[in-house]
Design a protein around this ligand. Sequence first.
Ligand code: BGC
Length: 536
Amino acid sequence: MIYQIYPRSFQDSNGDGIGDLKGITKRLGYLQDLGVTGVWLSPFYPSPMADFGYDVADYCDVDPIFGTLKDFKILMAEAEKRDIKIIIDIVPNHTSDEHPWFKKSRSSKTNKYKDWYIWKDPVGFGKDGQPLPPNNWIDVFIGESAWQWVPERQQFYLHTFHAKQPDLNWQNHEARDALKAVLRFWMDLGVDGFRVDAVKHTGKDPAYRDNPANPDYVEGEHHPIFAVHPKYSQYWPSHFAYTGMLSEVLKEKRFSDKPRFMVMESYVDGAEPIHEYLRYYRSMDPAVAAPFIFEGVWMPWEAGPWEDFLSNFHQALEKLNPLALSSYAFSNHDQPRLLSRLGEERARAAAVLEFTLPGMIFVYNGEEIGMANAKIPEELRQDPGVSPGGESRDGPRTPMQWSSEKNAGFSSAAKTWLPVDKNYKKLNVEVEQKDKKSSLWLYKELIRLRKSSPAINKGLIFVELTSDPNLLVFDRFYGKEKYTTVVNFSGESQNYTFASPGHVVISSLTVKPEHSLTRPGIKLKPYEAVVIKRGD
Ligand code: BGC
């Protein structure tokens, strides 16, 4: 299980109200005790923090807010002692406008970096003499023109996200090579892999055509980012070539000392997600790379869609390449917390589902204790953007709740960068350590099971097609070992019967199950999910 750390919110070690690398190192014992096998760190690079680090001003250093490169090396060494791998975030689609590459690029039309970003002439000038942008593309944060005018060049640059995040020009091979060199820099330091940010945006229509209007958009009712359909501004097929190029770097001879892996962030476009996921798998060597599978983020919490997706996707993946790994994330720093999306019982069932799925799984910090989306008053808003659903992303980014002490044990500062959620006295690591029915205990049990069972961590999946529309049932098996997961998606009790014996080893509601031998069947409580070990 890979644990995602959002460094600003994990642990502050110097009392400035913002988390840092030394803080993470301090908490490695907790992660080891939890049983995590790897950590993905969201960006810690030098940055003006217009998008909290996803606006990178130097890909090969650490922002002083988070510490130093030396602190990072110490963190890596300490993690290695605990058998915890380190995956870092790479942002290939854009840099900060304060990155030296961009500063040079914007200075003239004749410098070495002139084509490293996407520069276009105005299509004309308005009555007031204002330059008119090249097309109707809008940014994905506030929904205004994605083109920013630069008087020095008398041209616009493209920014898919914040105006301080100019898009790199992926058609330019020097810019691509520079990004590959960044991967080498970090692998030379020993990192085990990368989470690659927003890859689908690296491919754009080379003709820069206008995007079509979104016929379903209602002004005033929907967020302005939904006004047009981003047909030409993202997900152009060229980006599958770029994911391939990036992943190939991991296979270079000098990095053969240990396994390295890369996970691509892309909320796939198109009506057939499975088809789109397979395009990613085909674009890369599955021995070193996979796309995130985001069904746990967006799919309705219903048995039918899960049954269809799991049976079709895993069959197709197995057929494509038995070595290909699925890579599930059910939440992250851009998405509502599971608890706020599903409510407590279903959030716990979702954990059981995720932990018994094949491949790799990612858990966002705080999910293990069942943190909620905090309510952030508008005057304290920090996020420049929105989640794909249109809400601010501050709610799931509040500080980690360690204890009932001041600022939940996150920081000694008078004020933290985002307020600590009000519920922290009841909901924190310390309190939950003592409660064997807590979310934390459920996660610990699930991690223990996943680590100790070959069937669950590397076995095949077989989805049983049940006639009950409320139940999802799937088996995981390896050699003679076999487990069955049963998820009750309904708010009513449900019976599940089956012929061969088994006993429940984990229940989402009680952690240690109340059910014992399951033959001829068990009664699942509303929204309960169980894991059954098959055999006598
Ligand atoms: C990251 C976001 C970020 C955006 C731009 C995303 O996919 O996860 O947090 O704002 O890319 O870099």
